[in-house]
Design a protein around this ligand. Structure first.
Ligand code: GLN
Ligand code: ZN
Length: 699
């Protein structure tokens, strides 16, 4: 956002008068200044493979660039007052341009003009006394077309200057065939991701040339684990001997992806011994420098001693033999429902007796201030267990009865007891901990607190059955059990790095499998396992995706396949861009999948033109990200669109996502419209309100 403002990439609708000021930034980011008329904000999307969001720069048809906003220079001046050299960090021009959207047809033609604006900025920084500027180019950790490779050559030749040093930084991955492209660029230094690209350090070194600085991103900014300093020193020593003061040390990326300070936590000592948050990571970098530069100093000895003690403490209690045994004894059957979908579908229809186009919701209902207060009062001991139980029971029973009266077919309990769909489980599963203040920015002022997976994971006993039962007793209709899937738990947590993510995901799958079984024993005929974050775990590089998808899909199958044929497994995903992975989604073999579609008018259904999705599907017909009550005709139209590519008897009617951010009045009104739309469609499309038994569907 600030870089766009600095370069003058500000859409006309966000400008008012001449200059660009803080109000302009508010209009760009939030669609309105503190006082002013609303206008459409910039789009927001995830920054590479992180959970951090950036505001997507929007290029006008005739985009021009000029220095327009001075915040960066003020910040540099402020930092310089600390009296140390300041390295300024900017997103590099090629990555920036690649992330732009908007009306301009050929963004690459803008590269020279964009570089000219960067040059102006570099001049201003040079005049402010800066001698190194870091240009972040994470795009180089992805597959590039020839056009974009050429863009790198063009841009960095245009940016050369005698009076300023450029450090070109790549992070979030390895370089692969971009390696020599990077080492050949005319810059004074390069920084590489020495964690994800550890295997390339030697190669980079061989091609570095005689004068360039190599900055090693050796401390992991994407994870919370403490570094093994002794091992890092062994790794660094030969490099330091070769490069001398041309070797720099750094984190491999910005530290905004980790929480701030471990010292604010009160965690179990053996867990804490394994952790480093941002402040501790800075210490690690500083200590590594000391260990290399003054290896024989008393401080160096002390640091190594402490590091060793820390590791001894950290070695405790990581593995559970029974988890390992169970993982080793899994067989292909554990990943396979007993019967194929076509057969299960008939059995489920016979059991559930749902009407055509059944209506349901995605799980959560409004998390009102009252509900949040009940939870936090109870956590902080201001509310007794009994009073908490009573208040939750009340909320759940009310919610279920309302759904029943509205005429929904499959009900949910509302998720009032959950602070967050991952944290709720993270707090209960042995092997996971949640921090007190481990917040990480997601976007704007929104933060998340990812749980930390530090050891082998085991099922603690039923986590969701009690509230499921409370809800089921409040209605004679079917109630969906509601769980978070293993891949989503993995992708929204900090994951131990001493075993593979694949292994951790399998452990999570076994925990969820046990919970699924517990719900089934408690009578649940429908169980939803959310995989909201399955897609965002996709690796940046195409070549790594197949492997991820293989074990991610396997994990889902492992957690869901243990149930009886007439138990219906649902899953939910909060996006619809999965044309490229639709076969894998199908391979999850969920009986029903609910997805987001209403905002893009069923664009998703394009995916079904080339691939016949075999199971049942509920394309979202109500955009829950907006406070608007959907129009009856709109919902009907969306469903008719869906019915054009998917047989009617495999369609469900539901919102796009959970309702926790909405208010009760809109929820009530919208659900009534949704139910009404389903009723009218059943009648109009000539269907009887009876369960259908269809011919077997090929799978
Ligand atoms: N069941 C969850 C809910 O309704 C799903 C949330 C999500 O998809 N992000 O809130
Ligand atoms: Zn969702």
């Amino acid at each position: 956002l600030t870089l766009s403002a600095t370069l003058g990439v500000v859409p006309e609708r966000h400008r008012q008068g001449q200059g660009i000021d803080l109000d302009t930034l508010f209009r760009m980011a939030r669609g309105r200044a503190p006082s002013g008329e609303p206008c459409a904000a910039l789009a927001m999307t995830k920054w590479f493979d992180t959970n951090y969001h950036y505001l997507v720069p929007e290029l006008a048809k005739d985009q021009q660039f000029s220095l327009s906003y001075g915040q960066l220079l003020l910040e540099v001046a402020e930092a310089q007052q600390l009296g140390k050299p300041v390295k300024v960090v900017l997103t590099g021009p090629v990555t920036y341009l690649a992330l732009c959207r908007g009306e301009h047809q050929q963004p690459l033609t803008l590269l020279p003009a964009l570089c000219a604006a960067y040059q102006q900025l570099l001049t201003a920084l040079q005049q402010a006394g800066v001698s190194w500027v870091q240009l972040d180019e994470p795009l180089l950790a992805t597959e590039l077309s020839n056009e974009w490779r050429q863009a790198y050559e063009q841009a960095y030749h245009l940016l050369q200057r005698p009076d300023l040093n450029l450090l070109l930084a790549v992070y979030f991955g390895y370089l692969s065939d971009n390696l020599s492209l990077l080492t050949n660029l005319p810059v004074q230094g390069i920084q590489i991701d020495a964690i994800r690209g550890a295997h390339e350090i030697e190669l980079v070194l061989d091609r570095l040339g005689p004068n360039k600085v190599l900055s090693l991103g050796l401390i992991d900014g994407r994870n919370v684990w403490a570094a093994n300093l002794a091992a890092k020193v062994d790794q660094l020593k030969p490099l330091a001997e070769r490069l001398g003061d041309r070797l720099w040390l750094s984190s491999n990326c910005s530290l905004l992806h980790v929480p701030v300070d471990l010292d604010s936590e009160q965690l179990d000592a053996s867990v804490a011994a394994r952790l480093a948050f941002a402040k501790q990571k800075l210490q690690e970098i500083q200590r590594l420098g000391l260990l290399i530069n003054q290896p024989n100093s008393p401080q160096a000895q002390q640091i190594l001693q402490q590091d060793q003690e820390r590791r001894a403490l950290a070695a405790q209690g990581r593995t559970l033999p029974e988890v390992q045994l169970r993982l080793n004894s899994l067989s292909p059957q554990d990943y396979q429902r007993r019967a194929p979908f076509a057969q299960r579908q008939g059995l489920q229809r016979a059991r559930l007796q749902l009407p055509l186009l059944p209506t349901t919701t995605i799980g959560s209902f409004p998390q009102t201030a009252d509900i949040r207060k009940v939870r936090s009062d109870w956590r902080q001991g201001r509310l007794s267990d009994q009073a908490y139980q009573q208040a939750m029971t009340q909320a759940i029973v009310d919610c279920v009865q309302q759904q029943d009266q509205t005429g929904l077919d499959v009900l949910v309990h509302g998720e009032f007891e959950r602070n967050d769909m991952v944290e709720y489980f993270g707090e209960q599963i042995p092997g996971m901990v949640t921090s007190k203040l481990g917040w990480v920015q997601s976007y704007g002022s929104r933060c998340v607190k990812p749980p930390i997976i530090h050891g082998d994971l085991s099922w603690p006993g039923a986590m969701t059955v009690h509230w499921y039962q409370v809800a089921q007793q409040a209605s004679s209709k079917w109630l969906k059990g509601m769980l978070t899937g293993p891949v989503t738990m993995l992708n929204w947590s900090f994951v131990r790095d001493d075993i593979s993510r694949e292994q951790v995901c399998a452990q999570l799958a076994l925990v969820i499998r046990d919970e699924v079984a517990a719900l089934e024993r408690a009578g649940a005929a429908i169980i939803q396992i959310d995989e909201a974050a399955l897609r965002e775990g996709l690796p940046l590089r195409q070549q790594d995706r197949q492997d991820y998808l293989r074990w991610a899909i396997d994990s889902f199958r492992l957690c869901s396949a243990g149930v009886a044929n007439d138990t219906q497994i649902h899953t939910h995903m909060c996006y619809s861009h999965f044309n490229d992975i639709i076969e894998h989604i199908a391979a999850m073999d969920a009986d029903v999948i609910t997805i987001e579609t209403s905002r893009n008018r069923m664009k998703l259904l394009d995916a079904f033109k080339d691939f016949a999705y075999p199971n049942e599907i509920g394309p979202g017909v109500w955009d829950i990200h907006s406070p608007n009550v959907p129009a009856l005709e709109d919902i009907k139209q969306l469903m008719q669109l869906a019915a054009a590519s998917i047989p009617l008897d495999r369609l469900w009617v539901n919102p796009d996502c959970g309702l926790k951010t909405r208010g009760w009045p809109e929820v009530q009104a919208s659900l009534r419209v949704m139910v009404q739309a389903a009723r009218e469609l059943r009648a109009e499309l000539g269907a009887v309100e009876q369960p259908l038994v269809t011919a077997a569907t090929p799978s």
